[in-house]
Design a protein around this ligand. Structure first.
Ligand SMILES: [Zn+2]
Length: 316
């Protein structure tokens, strides 16, 4: 079964390379959780995937299904004690800071999301941009869960990339409205992995120190946000040259978000994505995109924002 999957994937990559495809998607049905009534819209993953499949623009895009992440990979970031509690569904000091339930389906969803971000990282060998329709669980710490995050997929994939390519550098561009506190802590002593987070200052979570933090005032306008993003990416450019970027393209800086108070329109968010893409092109860096947060009053807006990110990166 796995051999068939490997051979199929090989031919899809070959075909995409022949057609000069620039982007691939990674997705699994396992990402979708049954969380009726919860503020976390777990249905968004399936909706993004379904809409992408129906969209003419992505007709030629390639889709890959991830494997569940191995315990060995999870241990690149998480402690054995924490994993023991999480994988065995124990509600302890290490798991109880999560705001999600803990059940076998959740464990499977998070392990598959980690597998998805790892898969996306591996596929950057063949595609400049790889979009995991999931992941971005940036509040998860090595020894405990937090927020809606049990396992830190981006941190694990970045550690794995560095293990495979010790001479290469990684930049995390976290544009979710919440600070990526888990990643800030995890990479604080790793100079080859730079963490850049632009977030609303007066908001959850308790902040950690990223390599570059830009805390925004409440109700920050799109215009101001985009100017700050351009300026800070230019500032990064002068001192750090990444080979791989993990872009946490949260949909929650949106003006209609229920958890954030920034004022970015759909068009502002598209411009945000274009700025990140142009930065990657200019620096010849590959990009793994993950969805991260998004809690718009109407879930379809969150889905639209995430799909728009895919569109920006997919276009020539
Ligand atoms: Zn968020």
């Amino acid at each position: 079964m796995d051999i068939i999957k490997t051979i199929t994937n090989f031919f899809r990559i070959l075909e995409a390379e022949i057609h000069h495809e620039k982007m691939a998607f990674v997705y699994s049905q396992a990402y979708n959780l049954q969380l009726e009534g919860h503020v976390f819209p777990a249905v968004k993953f399936e909706q993004i995937y379904e809409l992408a499949l129906m969209d003419d623009e992505f007709r030629k895009a390639e889709y890959f299904e991830p494997e569940i992440a191995s315990e060995e990979d999870l241990q690149l970031v998480h402690s054995i004690d924490y994993l023991d509690d999480f994988l065995n569904l124990r509600w302890t000091n290490s798991t109880k800071y999560s705001e999600l339930p803990l059940n076998p389906q959740i464990v499977d969803a998070f392990r598959t999301a980690v597998g998805g971000t790892i898969k996306a990282m591996e596929l950057t060998e063949h595609f400049p941009y790889v979009y995991n329709i999931g992941g971005g669980f940036h509040h998860s710490f090595p020894e405990r869960a937090e927020g809606f995050c049990y396992l830190n997929d981006v941190a694990i994939a970045a550690k794995k990339y560095r293990k495979l390519h010790p001479d290469k550098k990684v930049l995390l561009i976290d544009l979710d409205v919440h600070q990526g506190n888990g990643n800030s802590l995890i990479f604080q002593d790793e100079p080859e992995v730079m963490t850049f987070s632009m977030h609303q200052e007066n908001l959850y979570p308790l902040k950690q120190n990223s390599d570059l933090d830009v805390g925004l005032e409440d109700y920050c306008s799109g215009e101001k946000y985009l100017q700050l993003l351009r300026n800070h990416l230019t500032e990064i450019e002068s001192g750090f040259k990444p080979d791989l970027i993990f872009y946490l393209a949260g949909a929650d800086p949106f003006e209609e978000d229920r958890l954030g108070n920034l004022r970015l329109s759909l068009e502002d968010l598209a411009e945000r994505d274009r700025i990140v893409k142009n930065y990657a092109v200019k620096n010849d860096a590959r990009v793994v995109i993950v969805t991260a947060g998004g809690y718009a009053r109407n879930t379809i807006d969150t889905v639209r924002i995430h799909l728009q990110t895919a569109r920006v990166f997919h276009r020539k």
